[in-house]
Design a protein around this ligand. Sequence first.
Ligand code: PNS
Length: 160
Amino acid sequence: MEKHRKAIYPGSFDPITNGHLDVIERSLTIFDEIEVSVIKNPSKKALFSTRERVEMIKSALKNYKGVKVSSFDGLLVEYAKKMGANTIIRGLRAVSDFEYEFQMALMNRRMAPEIKSVYLMPSPEFTFLSSSLIKEVCSLGGNIKDLVPETVEKNLLEKL
Ligand code: PNS
């Protein structure tokens, strides 16, 4: 029997964007199961609570098969082990992401060599996209349609 390939896609997701969805879709062509996991206490102050972030992701992914949504705290590699995921997925948009991602990948590898980090590049139309930029543009009245799932747009307009 073929091995079940499970990967974890961790992040702040404050909120999820179409760039994240692009990475999830790409991951699903490689892995059998993806667990999208929201960090409970992101280093930057979050606009949305953990529960709100999880709910928005669940709603955006309601038609996807092979995806689970959760939240975690503590060390990512420990959580990945507990969940039976031997791969961490991260999106890489531009060279500017590289240094931070490289540091994290090597630190995670040092702590848990059996867990691999895999980087996926989103479609070029999303390489400029970030959750922070979405929040800024939306708070200033800019149009974010087609950049985030509908449920996120609705929640942002209510919150901001
Ligand atoms: O979307 P983000 O904010 O870039 O995600 C960062 C995240 C959640 C992947 C990172 O902060 C993380 O893994 N935090 C968990 C704590 C941990 O394991 N820290 C050591 C990383 S080397």
